[in-house]
Design a protein around this ligand. Structure first.
Ligand code: NAG
Ligand code: NAG
Ligand code: NAG
Ligand code: NAG
Ligand code: NAG
Length: 413
């Protein structure tokens, strides 16, 4: 009984009505982005010959025994950020918090330090070598789009002008490193399975309808990718129930509780992996939930705000907010364990839980537009505590992904 109540509270409290519209942002941005691609910036590049095989040293390899997801954030304004807003022409304005007026930039200067090892230092050329002839695809919602953009920014500065391209082909975005014949791609699929929200620009947030056993339409675009990174969470968490269709009556809409629906959807996905993925050639990752920081009382008892104006990470090692649903985490663990294809869970939830300082707050956009002065002055209603500034927290997720990719490259891809 009490479990049920607290769960309902969690789900409902994750999305106060006012925040829902933040998710609509996905839409207008596709169009606005298009205008930005003309942006000709001269950025630092250095020439490099096509190098031969990647040299992956011992320091690059992840120790088997090291849990890279357990550790702490350490101040490092020497090595971080890994790129700047100015150096990366592909960033959309949702994430460029500095350009949008955020007065502090401390959130850019934290390095994730696992307790029992170090992450390999990120080297864009090494990653490009690992990706040579390959397609790396990020699949998910607007949080995942941020992760994709982060990865592109981390890599692109080492590629000279004219040897790289960026295309928007909704529901995809594709960055290509020509000389490596490598792509980093993004595919919009907020529920992974099919839904009425799959159109990259025309999707509603308030009305959701998920087809729990339909995935093939998306799958056609995914099956050729060499490395797939999936993510799906916040779109499920709007209400405790969600409208969905499921066999055998695929045209009958019924309300499912979100945890049940999430499990069924992931099982559909798992089945798709099992029938489609060639484990000798392809590699699959799943990102766990990206945490939200909607209520400051969770880390500062008695306060009444949100993530706005938070300048530092939380340093209570056991901190876990109500935004990261434990039942969903359990489902992730269950499904990953059962699926007969190796899937690496990138369990980034805990490390990101600490980063109440990393969100776009009022220095992002809403419905495709930067906030007005009036909206900015009202962080209680307008702060976005779901998405992340870039450079920022998603860079660390990608450094961890990088560590795994180097590691498996070394141990025969
Ligand atoms: C880096 O951080 C240290 C310690 O807080 C500070 O003294 C120094 O001025 C910072 N350097 C830069 C370039 O911001
Ligand atoms: C499901 O759809 C019906 C009909 O459109 C609607 O009345 C109901 O509120 C929806 N349920 C949820 C959980 O959104
Ligand atoms: C959803 O259903 C599952 C299993 O029937 C149950 O454990 C869970 O508490 C339910 N969640 C809600 C929000 O009712
Ligand atoms: C992910 O990490 C958290 C915190 O370290 C842990 O509680 C959770 O069980 C992990 N999830 C899975 C599916 O292993
Ligand atoms: C999954 O990975 C493990 C460890 O890397 C390996 O031993 C196992 O054979 C793999 N299983 C499949 C089905 O590829």
């Amino acid at each position: 009984m009490s479990v049920q109540i607290s769960f309902d509270h969690r789900v409902q409290s994750l999305f106060p009505v006012v925040l829902v519209s933040i998710l609509i942002l996905g839409s207008a941005r596709w169009i606005l982005d298009g205008l930005k691609s003309e942006n000709s910036e001269i950025f630092k590049t250095y020439r490099h010959k096509n190098r031969e095989a990647v040299f992956v040293s011992d320091e690059d390899s992840l120790e088997q025994s090291c849990n890279v997801f357990e550790g702490q954030w350490v101040w490092d304004n020497v090595s971080y950020p890994l790129y700047t807003e100015k150096s990366c022409p592909y960033l959309v304005k949702q994430t460029t918090c500095q350009r949008n007026g955020r007065p502090d930039s401390y959130y850019q200067n934290w390095r994730w330090k696992p307790s029992s090892c170090d992450l390999p230092r990120f080297d864009a050329l090494k990653l490009l070598d690992v990706l040579r002839g390959k397609r790396l695809m990020f699949i998910g919602d607007s949080v995942q789009r941020g992760t994709f953009e982060s990865m592109v920014c981390m890599v692109q500065s080492v590629i000279p002008e004219g040897k790289k391209s960026f295309h928007r082909i909704p529901p995809m975005k594709i960055f290509k490193a020509e000389e490596y014949d490598a792509t980093i791609e993004y595919y919009w699929a907020p529920f992974i399975v099919e839904s009425i929200s799959d159109h990259a620009t025309k999707h509603t947030v308030h009305k959701r309808l998920v087809n729990l056993d339909a995935i093939d339409k998306h799958g056609k675009s995914w099956e050729e990718a060499d490395i797939l990174v999936f993510e799906s969470y916040v779109w499920w968490m709007y209400k405790p129930q969600i409208n969905a269709t499921y066999r055998p009556k695929t045209d009958e809409v019924r309300e499912y509780n979100v945890t049940n629906a999430y499990r069924i959807a992931l099982e559909t996905w798992a089945k798709w992996l099992e029938t489609t993925i060639d484990p000798m050639k392809q590699r699959v990752f799943f990102m766990s939930m990206s945490p939200t920081h909607l209520w400051s009382w969770e880390w500062k008892p008695g306060s009444d705000g949100n993530c706005f104006n938070e300048l530092y990470p939380i340093n209570n090692p056991s901190y876990w907010g109500t935004g990261s649903n434990l039942e969903i985490m359990e489902i992730l663990g269950d499904v990953m364990q059962k699926v007969r294809v190796n899937v690496t869970l990138l369990n980034i939830t805990q490390l990101s839980e600490y980063r109440k300082d990393g969100h776009t707050t009022v220095y992002g956009e809403r419905k495709g537009k930067l906030l007005t002065k009036e909206q900015r002055a009202d962080p209680k209603n307008f702060a976005d505590c779901i998405h992340w500034c870039l450079p920022g927290v998603p860079d660390t997720w990608n450094e961890i992904l990088y560590a795994y990719l180097l590691h498996s490259h070394r141990n025969l891809f």
